[in-house]
Every structure is written in structure tokens, then in C-alpha cells.
Design a protein around this ligand. Structure first.
Ligand SMILES: Cc1ncc(COP(=O)(O)O)c(C=O)c1O
Length: 389
């Protein structure tokens, strides 16, 4: 398939396209949807074939025997990430929002706190707070558009109530691919403060250039008794609507807790999600390689155009298709740059404020779209801020 193809998603119950007007006031008639993290591409043919196979058969009963599905996941992790997953350690959640909520329920109690390194994927806080836990925000350090963690400073931020860290690797937003030393630092921090470490690695396949994602269990095998990893085919293959993601728990006692929480929630997987995931992880390698090359060029085009606007700075993404643009150099109030982007450029990105401490001067733009859309977005932004040039 060609990633250049424009597929009209309006009026298809697309969250990204059909909710941008009610939420951001940007009409889908002439606006560009660059918020929700799904892409405007079809998935690989092997995934479409899996669904066609299901509809050809035509009976949609309960699914059982996950052996081939689990083998496909293990195969992908081994081939693409050099990571040996024990098939018995794989749980299937309704996506990783659900995975986050399940980990919160399994590994913390009401009144406990969960640590986030902010700015970070906005929905973590939503699920955690709704469960009656609090958030301890540890703001990352932004050095010339590059996020790092300052563990010494975080020691003083913790209140003693923290039981878990929700870590994002690669990081959304900002696109950091954490190094071995950084992952070691995270593990040491968790040991020091006795935290369960949940490593959300949903963006692990979309990594650019020389950067190399290291699965947390490979980086720090010594902390497996406090480690949980979350992965999903949803971002990689653009199949988020199937709401299927994996929570991988190698430690036996954590696994028992998690299994009980799954049963308490009555969670069992959706057969469409299982068929799609198995097909993707079995036959999607070449498609993902092409996708990553395409996204890398989208990122280059976007960054070149946006960084040419005085006062705007797009972070150099090492991973993810989620550009994180700092407007602080414009000297404008948040409301003003948001208004220019929504009302003048007619683009709907995510507001940085929703990502927690450190996000206020940012907007997040989704680059998972045909190149012509990225070029159009750049040209609209250049016009909307032309008085700065
Ligand atoms: C880091 C991260 N975790 C989880 C999710 C949500 O995953 P799901 O759609 O599987 O609930 C996202 C979606 O953007 C994400 O970026």
C-alpha cells in the first residue's frame, strides 16, 4: 500500500476526525486532525486478510486456545526486540489504558500514590485518579529540547505514599528512546523507593535512525520481581480500535495478583483483537519497516518547516509519530498560540497542559498521516505565525 493515499475518515466514528469540532472547535471540513494517537493509514494486508477470513467464516463465537496468538507475540518480541517472553506471562487487556487501570488495581490500594515522569501520556493520570489513587508528578528536565530524568531531585518530591511508577518507554511525548544508563537509573529509583515498575512500551516499534529501544527486562533483569511490561500492536499497526494490548508479568507473585484482578474485572479478550494481533505480529515486519521510513521523512519535513518559524521548537523525536512543539520562544500566552493553531491554521493538536507538569508551552502534533497532510500543516503553521518571521 501507499502511505500517500488520502483516506477520508470523516463520519466513520473516528475519534480523531469526528470529535475535533466538538472538542477543539476545528471543523473536519477544512481542518486537520493531528491529536488522537492513531494514524490515517490502513494496516498491513495480513491484518485486513485476518478480518476478511473471519467474516468469510461468518460465525463470531467465543475464542479459545491462545497458543498461536501467544507464539506470534513471543516471535515478534524475539525477532524485533531480542526479548524472550514466556508465553505464560502474557495477559490480554482491552488496550493499555485498561492495562494501566488493571495495574493500578492490582499493585496499589486506594490512597496510594503513583509516580509519573511528566510531561507524559495524559490518560495515565486520568485512570489512576479515577481509581482513588493520587499522582506524584516528577517533572523531566528539558535541556535544549531533550528530556532527561533528575532522580536526585525526585527523591525530594516523593511523599512516601508512592507504590508504583508508570514509566513510558519510548516516551510519549518528546519521543525519547531511553539509554541503558537511564533505564538503570529508573530501576535503581524503583528499588530505592520500593516501587512496582510498570513500563509501557507501546511505542517500541516506531523508533528512528540509530536509536535502539531496550526492553526494560533486558536492561535491568535483576528487578524482575517488581517489573511489569505493557506492549500492544495498536500503535505499530494502526489497529487501536480493536483495543487489544498485553500486560506481561514474569514474576509469579505479581502474576497471581494480576490474574486475580483480571478475573475480578471479568476481563476476557475480544476475538477480533486476537486475530488481528496474531496476523500483525506474524506477517507485519516489512510493512512496519516501510512505515518507520515514511514516518521518519514526515518528521524531517515537519521539523524543518516548524523549526524555521522563529519561537517554535519541535523536539527531535527518537521514536513515536507524536511531534512535541514548544511555543515558549514566541513569548505568547498559551491561549494565544492555541487560538492561532486552531482558528487560523485550522489544526487540532493536543494541548500540552494535559500532559502534566512541564507541558504548558507545548502542543502535540500527530504525524501519522500522508506526507501531503504534513506539508499542508507546515504551510498553515508558517502562515499563522508569519508575523514572527
Ligand atoms: C504511552 C501510551 N500508553 C497507552 C496508550 C493507550 O493505549 P490503548 O489505546 O491501547 O488504550 C497510548 C495511546 O496513545 C500511549 O501513548
Amino acid at each position: 500500500m501507499s502511505f500517500d493515499e488520502i483516506i477520508d475518515r470523516r463520519n466513520t466514528h473516528s475519534s480523531k476526525w469526528d470529535m475535533m469540532e466538538p472538542i477543539y472547535g476545528v471543523s473536519p471540513d477544512d481542518g486537520l486532525a493531528m491529536w488522537v494517537a492513531d494514524m490515517d493509514f490502513k494496516p498491513p494486508q495480513c491484518v485486513l486478510d485476518a478480518i476478511i477470513g473471519m467474516t468469510d467464516h461468518g460465525v463470531f463465537g467465543y475464542y479459545a486456545d491462545e497458543a498461536s496468538y501467544r507464539a506470534a507475540i513471543c516471535g515478534w518480541m524475539e525477532r524485533r526486540h531480542n526479548w524472550a517472553v514466556d508465553p505464560e506471562s502474557i495477559f490480554t487487556a482491552h488496550g493499555l489504558g485498561n492495562g494501566t487501570a488493571l495495574c493500578t488495581a492490582a499493585f496499589t490500594d486506594p490512597g496510594d500514590a503513583v509516580v509519573l515522569f511528566t510531561p507524559v501520556y495524559h490518560a495515565f493520570a486520568k485512570y489512576i485518579k479515577a481509581a482513588g489513587r493520587t499522582i506524584t508528578e516528577c517533572e523531566m528536565v528539558n535541556t535544549d529540547g531533550h528530556y532527561t530524568m533528575d532522580f536526585d531531585a525526585y527523591d525530594d518530591v516523593l511523599t512516601g505514599k508512592e507504590k508504583m511508577l508508570m514509566f513510558c518507554s519510548p516516551h510519549n511525548p518528546g519521543g525519547r528512546v531511553w539509554t541503558q544508563e537511564e533505564l538503570q537509573g529508573v530501576a535503581d529509583f524503583c528499588v530505592k523507593h520500593d516501587l512496582i515498575l510498570v513500563s509501557d512500551e507501546i511505542h517500541h516499534d516506531l523508533v528512528f535512525g540509530e536509536n535502539k529501544h531496550i526492553p526494560m527486562p533486558n536492561a535491568v533483569p535483576e528487578i524482575s520481581d517488581r517489573l511489569v511490561i505493557m506492549t500492544a500492536p495498536s500503535k505499530t499497526f494502526n489497529i487501536a480500535g480493536n483495543h487489544t494490548g498485553n500486560v506481561i508479568v514474569h514474576d509469579k507473585s505479581l502474576r497471581e495478583k494480576f490474574a486475580t484482578t483480571m478475573v475480578a474485572g471479568g476481563i476476557s479478550a475480544n476475538s477480533f483483537g486476537l486475530y488481528m494481533a496474531e496476523a500483525a505480529y506474524t506477517g507485519g515486519d516489512a510493512w512496519v519497516d516501510e512505515l518507520v521510513a515514511y514516518l521518519a521523512e514526515n518528521k524531517r519535513v515537519f521539523d524543518e518547516g516548524v523549526n524555521a518559524i522563529p519561537g517554535l521548537k519541535s523536539m527531535n523525536l527518537e521514536a513515536t509519530y507524536l511531534a512535541w512543539v514548544d511555543f515558549s520562544g514566541t513569548g505568547m500566552a498559551t491561549e494565544e498560540f492555541i487560538n492561532r493553531v486552531r482558528k487560523v491554521a485550522k489544526i487540532a493538536p493536543n494541548d500540552g497542559t494535559t500532559f502534566g507538569l512541564g507541558g504548558d508551552s507545548f502542543l502535540r502534533f500527530n504525524l501519522g498521516a500522508p506526507r501531503s497532510v504534513i506539508e499542508e500543516a507546515v504551510s498553515r503553521l508558517q502562515k499563522a505565525f508569519s508575523d514572527l518571521q
